[in-house]
Design a protein around this ligand. Sequence first.
Ligand SMILES: Cc1cc2nc3c(=O)[nH]c(=O)nc-3n(C[C@H](O)[C@H](O)[C@H](O)COP(=O)(O)OP(=O)(O)OC[C@H]3O[C@@H](n4cnc5c(N)ncnc54)[C@H](O)[C@@H]3O)c2cc1C
Length: 412
Amino acid sequence: MQEQFGEKIPFCEPYWYQGGHSPYYTENHKKYRALVRDFVEREVKPNVDKWLKTGYPKELHQKSCELGVESVVYPREFGGKMPQDYDPFYEMILYDEVARVGGGMVLGHIMINGLGLPPIIAAGTPELKKRVLPDVVAGKKFVCLAITEPTAGSDVAGIRATARREGDFYIVSGVKKWITGGAYSDFFTTAVRTGGEGMGGISLLVLEKDMPGITIRKMETQFDTSHNTTFITLEDVKVPVANLLGKENQGFKLIMANFNHERFIIAAETCRKARICYEESIKYALQRRTFGKRLVEHQIIRYKLAEMARLIEALYDNLERVGFQFKSNVPDAKLGGQCALLKVNASRTFEFCAREAAQIFGGNSIVKEGKGKIIERLYREVRGSAIPGGSEEILLDFVIRQAATEATKSKL
Ligand SMILES: Cc1cc2nc3c(=O)[nH]c(=O)nc-3n(C[C@H](O)[C@H](O)[C@H](O)COP(=O)(O)OP(=O)(O)OC[C@H]3O[C@@H](n4cnc5c(N)ncnc54)[C@H](O)[C@@H]3O)c2cc1C
């Protein structure tokens, strides 16, 4: 058996933390895991209740980047601490470990840049990258992703914000809704319409906080508001053509490629949230007594815990399988179905675990204090996994539409 790391109760940590063998993790991954856990335990956990109300302090990003926690996913050439053997398993460890303190920490802290920065890395001009990346990688500035609009959520190809070319500038007008991290961000990776209707008329443009014409309003959400969900109004914002990502009218492909990565990291975060439901529940069931027995001695409670563990373990295997496809450089176009299924698998697992955990905690899961307060909080985060980044209905429909198209094309 390998050495143990973290919680010893079976299934409270991924299998390779608890002595299981794996082909994916090296000594360097283990060192990185220890680094992130130490950061979360020392810097975040003692403050998280306060920060879930106030939002995360910007200095926390700087600290996590300096330590190499957050910046492990950023390219070295811009100051990131990406190791020579970097692979998606580092990213999986990052989101899994950070999610241990609740979803607000991932969405409000690390995922801000995780959504908006990859298209800039993939398709920004060298000058744009030089301007955006160093400060973001150092944790001093932030990027968010602004795709969705009040009239275009699932139907991304229906966005209406326009970017009209005038010489060396685009003039951008429109509205963006539910933009995570908007109040915090310095750069906005924004989907705009530069051409005709549909997906062929969309471009990605980087807007900057100080450009006149941008108004940002914070929106309250069902769960904690530390992640700054915002409504953004764009009125004749003058944006240099040099801020275009890739080619004009070809932004849809960039958006789609980014979705695969987004779904992978949402699934990694969601898997840990489901695991926390299990961890909190088994610890509670080992202590709480009803009818003269500990809860864990009632068969129906054991059954609930077993079902949670079964789904979480299967989800973790699923994450590793998709992570290995990214590592093996499988083209994004071939990963859409796998990433879509993975995200649905994650949100359904989390939904089930949050429900069963709430039943195990009883009344304690309904109040925002005491032993069940984490479960109360997680229960309110379920829809935040199931809808943003591709809702369950849209993803499942996409998977079979794509399969049917391929089958029809090749006359299977
Ligand atoms: C907390 C939060 C954070 C977010 N962060 C961001 C962000 O950072 N950046 C960003 O750009 N966006 C963000 N979003 C937006 C998010 O991606 C959208 O909410 C999501 O894509 C769904 O769009 P919609 O809400 O407009 O639902 P709609 O598209 O209006 O759909 C409504 C419902 O109908 C279902 N539905 C729609 N069409 C079909 C169909 N053809 N067949 C079957 N069912 C269908 C959907 O599954 C959904 O359940 C965020 C949203 C939230 C709530």
